[in-house]
Design a binder for this molecule. Sequence first.
Ligand SMILES: CC(C)(COP(=O)(O)OP(=O)(O)OC[C@H]1O[C@@H](n2cnc3c(N)ncnc32)[C@H](O)[C@@H]1OP(=O)(O)O)[C@@H](O)C(=O)NCCC(=O)NCCSC(=O)/C=C/c1ccc(O)c(O)c1
Ligand SMILES: O=C(O)CCC(=O)C(=O)O
Ligand SMILES: [Fe+2]
Length: 360
Amino acid sequence: MAPSISITNTKSLNIMDFVVNKGHGVKGLAELGLKTLPHQYIQPPQERFDSSNEEPNQDSIPVIDMSNWDDLNVAKAICDAASKWGFFQIVNHGVPIHVLDDVKDATRKFFALPAEEKLKFSKEKSVTNSIRFGTSFTPEAEKALEWKDYLSLFFVSDDEAETLWPSVCRNQALEYIKSSELVVKKLLKILMNGLNVKEVDEAKESKLMGSKRINLNYYPKCPNPELTVGVGRHSDVSTLTILLQDEIGGLYVRNMATMKWIHVPPVSGSLVINVGDALQIISNGKYKSVEHRVSANGSSNRISVPIFVNPRPSDVIGPLQELVDSGEKPLYKNVVYSDYVKHFFRKAHDGKATIDFAKV
Ligand SMILES: CC(C)(COP(=O)(O)OP(=O)(O)OC[C@H]1O[C@@H](n2cnc3c(N)ncnc32)[C@H](O)[C@@H]1OP(=O)(O)O)[C@@H](O)C(=O)NCCC(=O)NCCSC(=O)/C=C/c1ccc(O)c(O)c1
Ligand SMILES: O=C(O)CCC(=O)C(=O)O
Ligand SMILES: [Fe+2]
């Protein structure tokens, strides 16, 4: 529902109060029919999208068919992509298409709720730390805000989800998490085999995928997309991220060879997989957690739904013992995972800098 106020400039509007405190988000701002971007969203020139920084030949990250996932060529393609690009897309992954469609619909329904309904899930009002409706990334710490609203749901238990997650999206979000579990296990098994770790026992599995967070992201149409960003440069702090995007596009990944940005084109029915910092650390740098960012869009709203597959907050993560025993020099220290995540969340997005926290 559109906010009841209607103005075309924001001079008389307290942006932080309207967007953050009142829960209208950037979606509410966009629906006021603004003609120009409020100054709080203007990014410094080096952070804006500029086609001269994009890969001219549209070199693209691989799209991997998972139907024969135990084929050695498939395993090789996955390990190569995780080492070279840190990103790939998968098709025929086994997650039913209706589950993906349902969670996209549910995301649109959540953001269509009135601001006062969404505000019940804000950091200040939410009855639990594991549910958070917010906007931008860390508005308190950012010099320029990002053009994105989100709902972040940390999975604690089915019981908590049943009682506390917003009813418009909880079943669909849970279904997406549960039906992607098998493909996550397959991917992690392949990636561990690629490090010569032949068996993923319970302890390892728990460290690699012991916790999950799902974010529902909403990027409304933006009056001056060239001046701002949907999400700024960052790497994820997960082990793996399973990202569902709609048909709009706007996700860009850093090509580590050229430092230029490559677009991740929407492929119908696919899931985008990326390595996060936890897996870069655990693999002692073999698999790369690559910088990525999202542009704002001048003509369409966009949604995306990442599942962040993580260690548990209390886990200590560091390079695998098998790698150290084989003679590799550890590039990272052992860190408590929740300390690592808090470090990430308390600062503005700053590209690949988060991982310095764990460097030897
Ligand atoms: C996240 C924590 C540390 C929270 O624990 P808790 O005890 O609740 O700590 P807290 O002190 O309330 O929160 C720590 C800070 O993080 C912030 N924060 C907490 N959750 C979120 C969230 N979902 N989104 C943004 N900030 C958050 C809080 O605001 C705290 O900052 P401050 O208010 O103290 O300044 C805990 O649940 C944990 O260890 N989880 C591990 C699993 C996990 O959640 N991993 C993260 C995967 S997310 C990932 O990889 C990428 C996420 C991402 C990327 C780009 C974006 O633009 C974006 O929005 C999100
Ligand atoms: O919206 C996207 O395509 C990516 C979002 C993202 O990078 C994130 O939520 O970590
Ligand atoms: Fe990300």
